[in-house]
Every structure is written in C-alpha cells, then in structure tokens.
Ligand binder design. Structure first.
Ligand code: AR6
Length: 353
C-alpha cells in the first residue's frame, strides 16, 4: 500500500530509509532524533558533522549504520509559532525534500515520524494532515511505499477533536447494532421478485442473492412470449450477477473513463496488487482493498455494497469500520487519505492493500 499510517518506534522500521526530525545543526537532540542516534551508533553523528547543518524545510541524507534501514534522511521541521509564520509550507517542504532525496537513492520504502509534532510544538492532528497531504501528492507521480509512523498513541488525541461529527455518527448507529441485521433480513425477504426484476431490471442496491433468481430461470421455458422476451433481461441480470469482483472493477473503471493507474493510485493500492486483480478473474480481495476501489471509483452506497458482495463482504452497523465508510460515502467524500485518517483515529484497519 503506497501510504500507511502505523504505530511503531521508527528505529525498528525495516525500510530503505527512515526520516529524522532533526534541528539545524544536525548534531543530534532529544525526541526521535535522540532515539535514532542512539540506535544508529556514533558513526551516524560522525557523518552528520560533515554535512554543515541543514536549513529548515530542507533535508540531508546519511547512511543508517546500526539501524535496520539503509539511509537516514535528516530534515528540519519548523517550530510552531501559531500557524501564521509559514509553518505549513515549511513542513510540506520537509516531506517533499525528504522524498526527493529518497527517490534519488532509489528507495522503495520510506518511514516518517510526524515531523515537528513533538518538541517543535506543531499540533499533531494538523501535522498528520500535512504529512498525508504532502506524501499523497508525491505518490501521485511516484511509486513508493511511505509509512507515517505514530509513536505515542496515548498522547495522540485527534479522534475527539477532528472527528467529533464522525464520533456522533458512529454513536447514533453503533448503539443500534442489531436493528441492521433485522432490516437486512427483512430486505432479503422483500428482495425483488422475478416480476419486479423483469419490469425494472436488476435491483442491485437491494442485494438480491443468486438463489433468489434461480426459480425464475427454471420457470422461463413455460412462460408466455411476452414473459419470454422479458426473460432476456433476466439473462442479462444473471450475467451481471455472475460478474466477478475483478470484472466489475474493470467495467466500472471503463465506465468512469479512468485509466487503471488513476484508479489504483486513488485507491491507495500498489501496481503489483492491481495487476494481480486484473489478471485473475476470481481474485478475492480483502475487505479494505475492495472498499478502497469502491472509494476510488466514487461508487454510491448501494454500488459499494454490490461490489463488496462480489468479494463476499457486506457493510453493517455492528462495525465501526463500516459505519465510518458509510459516513464518508454518504457525504460524497471520496478522499481515501482523509478516510484513512479517520479510520486511524478510531483504531480501525486502513483502506488499501
Ligand atoms: N519513533 C517514532 N516517532 C517518535 C519516536 C520514535 N522512536 N520518538 C518520538 N517520536 P520530536 P520535532 C515522535 O520532538 O517536534 C529534537 O531534539 C514524537 O511523539 O522528536 O520535529 C531535534 O533535535 C513526535 O510526534 O521532533 C530538534 O531539536 C514526533 O516524533 C527537535 O527535537 C516528533 O517529535 C525537533 O522537534
């Protein structure tokens, strides 16, 4: 998955490069800087001494020494002064410059801490927002997997602040968790009859099951000529029901006039996984992957459910994950990075591979 938010100690990340939140001297300090120097050993400091410091918003690269990564990219974030002193631009520049350096060394995997969000005082929710925005902009034109490493979950309070309305939305529905399965059962009982299907075409939003259509297929030969003509649409319906997840995905990409790359990038899915799905008609994606594609294609809620069903999944109100997805789709917000921020804040699996 091209961008992942993970909880970890960055010195433990097995990636090509980790990024250090350094200061202008590049000669070490506290926080993540201290942890990186401690884990890398004294040779890191020796190399840093040769670099002549670093401007705020810029980055320099060294070897990783005893760390499990090949490189350390040292960047200097802005000190938070209330937001009116160009802090955001400088912070964006930290991510951009670091990623350019990583690219120049052919790194495929890079891990960032939340630059400036500790001693330098940048509010953590905004720091995460800048990180995700800057990284996703870079990934639009580059193939790389970027981890944003969050260290201290306890001190990390974005959920309450940034996502108050999502919390209310979850509370409203989560409490009600059993009513959904009841309504789902009722819906199944009322699933479109063959008659409705013939008149209106398939009603995928109502999630008909293949079995619901089976008696109709058997009954068709004895039907009147008029009914026989309509049975053709039943045939079409059956064909659509037969469509696999992979086929539906490719059809929707074409219908949307997107290129494959536009779709998998927007879905935060890497190219290799997409190729696998494309070449295997029967590929069964994970639920987050299936939803990621639904988001990238900007499917409505009922289309999303249809697509999920092809992969053997459903959305329900007994899962916070599902409710958050529903929240974003209902509001027409298909920004996968914003959705992932919210999922992360509520401790849920993230979308993508
Ligand atoms: N792994 C991942 N993240 C970490 C780790 C770790 N091991 N340790 C801390 N963090 P900070 P800054 C998080 O203060 O705000 C240094 O003294 C931490 O929770 O390390 O850019 C430098 O020399 C926070 O969210 O960096 C500079 O003088 C984030 O890393 C100054 O601090 C950044 O916190 C830079 O301040």
């Amino acid at each position: 998955m091209p961008i992942q938010i993970v909880r970890n100690d960055i010195t433990k990340m097995k990636v090509d490069a980790i990024v250090n939140a350094a200061n202008n001297s590049l000669l070490g300090g506290g926080g993540v800087d201290g942890a990186i120097h401690k884990a890398a050993g004294p040779k890191l400091l020796a190399e840093c001494r040769t670099l002549g410091g670093c401007e705020t918003g810029d980055a320099k690269i060294t070897r990783g020494y005893r760390l499990p990564c090949r490189y350390v990219i040292h960047t200097v974030g802005p000190v938070w002064q209330g937001g009116g002193s160009g802090e955001r631009e400088k912070l964006i520049s930290c991510y951009k410059r670091s990623l350019e350096l990583a690219k120049s060394k052919r790194c495929e995997t890079v891990a960032f801490p939340l630059i400036s969000s500790g001693v330098y005082g940048y509010p953590k929710d905004e720091a995460l927002n800048v990180a995700v925005g800057a990284v996703s902009e870079f990934l639009a034109d580059n193939d790389m997997t970027v981890y944003i490493v969050i260290f201290d979950r306890a001190a990390y309070q974005i959920g309450e602040k940034l996502f108050k309305d999502i919390k209310e939305y979850i509370d409203d529905r989560y409490a009600d968790e059993h009513s959904d399965s009841v309504s789902e059962r009722l819906r199944r009982m009322n699933a479109p009859s063959v008659h409705t299907l013939r008149e209106n075409g398939p009603v995928f939003g109502a999630a008909p099951m293949a079995a619901d259509y089976a008696p109709a297929a058997k009954a068709a030969p004895q039907a009147s000529p008029k009914a026989a003509a309509k049975a053709i649409s039943l045939d079409d319906a059956l064909k659509q029901l037969d469509e696999s997840f992979s086929e539906m995905l490719l059809r929707k990409i074409d219908e949307r006039g997107m290129t494959d790359a536009q779709c998998y990038k927007k879905a935060n899915i890497d190219r290799k996984l997409f190729s696998k799905i494309r070449s295997d008609r029967h590929y069964k994606p994970s639920k987050p992957t299936a939803i990621a594609f639904a988001i990238a294609l900007e499917l409505s809620l009922s289309e999303t459910k249809e697509m999920l069903e092809k992969a053997g999944f459903a959305l329900s109100h007994s899962s916070k994950f599902d409710i958050i997805i529903e929240y974003f789709i209902e509001r027409g917000n298909y920004n996968i990075f914003e959705i992932n921020e919210a999922l992360f804040a509520f401790d849920q699996a993230l979308l993508g591979a």
